[in-house]
Design a protein around this ligand. Sequence first.
Ligand code: MG
Length: 251
Amino acid sequence: MAAIGRFQKGDDIFYAKVVDGELYRLQGDVFGSPTFQKKPIPLKGVKTLVPVTPSKVIAVGLNYADHARETGKAPPKEPLFWLKAPTSLIPDGGKIEIPFPDHRTDYEAELAVIIGRRVRNVTEAAAARYIFGYTAAQDITDRTIQESESQWSRCKSFDTFTPLGPYIETKIDPHDLTIQLFQNGQLRQNSNTSQLIFNVYQLVSFISFNMTLLPGDVILTGTPSGVGPITSGDRLEVRIQGLAPLVNTVK
Ligand code: MG
């Protein structure tokens, strides 16, 4: 498998493999041993959906040293994570809505891990076996609320606050990928996943000792430095090496 996406045509929702812009429909369980149709499907009227329907979205914070520095917070000694509402997810091409225009609302480009098999209490060494793949994400944040509260679920769970996709790349090494955010074509964030304080396998292991992870669950791995505010009309693009770009606009 390579890039896998979730799509809709009329009432029909399905997974497909994406190869050179063509879609090959998947048969069977996407997290099992699926097969793929040999002929591509016609693209007319096909909409790209959020690639998974997770039981939970877990977001990791302050996981790049340069971002911890810009927030004035000390890097955590153990991974710091919270839950984002799955209802905050939107697909590639979806519109981000700012709930409080008088608040500061920020972009945050992040690499997302997609879990492929139910897992708890897994070691770092075995964690890779439970990962389905990787995709691009944003952890949109109402910074004004974040700074007024010690819990971070509210400021990060508004509808549209988690752009995810467009596809899941199943064959990629997550630990040396450039990660960039462009706002209206201007480079705002520019780092590499080699700079993660806790790497992907350490995160999956740590989280699995705190809660059971299910197929389709999403882990956002944290954002590098360069976060900044969004305004209506912005075009935001997350580019992660080896993954299709994630593009969203702000309503
Ligand atoms: Mg974040």
